[in-house]
Design a protein around this ligand. Structure first.
Ligand SMILES: Cc1cc2nc3c(=O)[nH]c(=O)nc-3n(C[C@H](O)[C@H](O)[C@H](O)COP(=O)(O)OP(=O)(O)OC[C@H]3O[C@@H](n4cnc5c(N)ncnc54)[C@H](O)[C@@H]3O)c2cc1C
Length: 380
């Protein structure tokens, strides 16, 4: 078994670490506090080819493997988890389904601008009454045969990148059947205008936008159906299987940041004339954090490698997301404890890690949903 990253992957990881330290970390707290989209960071990442890392170069991407993308999301999330989810939602949830299920024409038309970061992408799956249960989607798409266009009506909620996205991979009902009645569409805002609704005020990942999207007689050309009518449920599930690996990477980055800060702080803070790091109670917390992080990393890289090899990765992706997200919460919790009262105030980044970690257990399938997927793989 090979546990080593290749030279290309190590170079990318180091590049992301350098940008993270020099350019992302210094502005992360401000964007979090002001709830502002880190445009300058995203532009920089686009310049470096990081908005379409595993998209083939013929479609404007960097042409690297999926594991490289995961390394980048992990490393960037270590310095700003909001930036991590911006890239992850854009790549895993918008680019990926177009790349995997799109026609040649759709790929040529939409992928280059997304992969080059000229357009930001999002996924429109969740609705006010359809979260974990995707089959509850009530947004409708009706075919206007005279114009060969679908007319979409409905509302999507909690959409990451909703404020900035020009391209939305949207799921709507074209038939009453709960699963076979769902269809996926590529909706380009310029061609098929939709409205950005309420921008949510959140507990964490505050520099990423989370909005509702409103579709009122939104006309989408028939050629923008992804896959074919009725394939939406399958496309959604397969997209989330890959997306979960991206969120696991985001979670791992947060966990690593919590450990990094805890080590640094415990080596400098003194009580009873000794550094905190000399107390066994602190050492054990650091040991537990580091061990969980390493275990999460192995699950994560394995899931990503399986995807790269074209193997089935459904169970592994759910395990990686479940474990990495719970590790992020665990480590951020411990980091605050190690920082004592300072961990509870906003001057120290561990306070942000704690808020950012929590969402990783919820979106792209809650921890309960991951456990359902894992159990199903053994019990069905
Ligand atoms: C910040 C943020 C960003 C998001 N980004 C996006 C996005 O970009 N695109 C998008 O489409 N959606 C997005 N979402 C939505 C997110 O994916 C959903 O919130 C999530 O899937 C859970 O759905 P829900 O909130 O409706 O909770 P519900 O489905 O109502 O679940 C509530 C609770 O019940 C549990 N539960 C539900 N069903 C079962 C069951 N069968 N067995 C056991 N427990 C169950 C859940 O695990 C959870 O604990 C985002 C959400 C947030 C908060």
């Amino acid at each position: 078994m090979d546990f080593y990253l290749n030279d290309e992957q190590l170079t990318l990881q180091q590049m992301c670490r350098n940008i993270g330290i020099k350019e992302i970390r210094p502005v992360a707290a401000k964007h979090d506090r002001d709830h502002t989209f880190p445009k300058e960071t995203v532009d920089k990442l686009a310049e470096l080819g990081l908005m379409g890392i595993y998209v083939p170069s013929e479609y404007g991407g960097a042409g690297m493997d999926f594991l490289s993308y995961i390394l980048a999301v992990e490393e960037i999330s270590r310095y700003c988890a909001s930036t991590g989810v911006i890239i992850s939602a854009h790549t895993s949830l918008a680019i990926d389904p177009i790349y995997r299920f799109g026609t040649k024409m759709q790929k040529e038309k939409y992928l280059p601008s997304l992969a080059l970061g000229k357009n930001i992408g999002c996924i429109g799956l969740t609705e006010p009454n359809a979260g974990t249960d995707v089959s509850g989607i009530i947004t409708t798409a009706n075919l206007d045969k005279s114009k060969n266009e679908w007319i979409i009506n409905g509302q999507k909620s909690f959409i990451t990148n909703g404020n900035e996205a020009e391209v939305c991979v949207l799921f709507a009902r074209t038939d009453p059947h709960p699963h076979r009645g769902l269809t996926a569409f590529i909706v380009h805002k310029q061609e098929s205008p939709f409205v950005v609704g309420k921008c949510e005020e959140k507990m964490g990942i505050c520099a990423s936008s989370t909005t509702s999207l409103i579709f009122e007689d939104c006309r989408v050309p028939a050629e923008n159906v992804l896959g074919e009518p009725g394939l939406g449920f399958k496309i959604a599930m397969e997209t989330l299987n890959g997306g979960r690996i991206g969120i696991a990477a985001q979670a791992l980055g947060i966990a690593q940041a919590a450990l990094d800060d805890s080590i640094q702080y415990s080596k400098t803070r003194k009580q009873f004339d000794k550094t905190l790091s000399s107390f066994q109670a602190i050492q054990w917390q650091v040991a537990d954090m580091a061990t969980r992080i390493e275990a999460a990393r192995l699950l994560l890289y394995r899931a990503a490698s399986l995807k790269d090899q074209g193997e089935n990765y459904i169970k592994e992706s759910a395990m990686a997301k479940l474990y990495a997200s719970e590790t992020a919460t665990f480590c951020a919790h411990k980091a605050i404890q190690i920082h004592g009262g300072y961990g509870y105030i906003k001057e120290f980044a561990v306070e942000r890690y704690y808020r950012d970690a929590r969402i990783t257990e919820i979106y792209e399938g809650t921890s309960e949903a991951q456990r359902m997927v894992i159990a199903k793989s053994f019990l069905n």
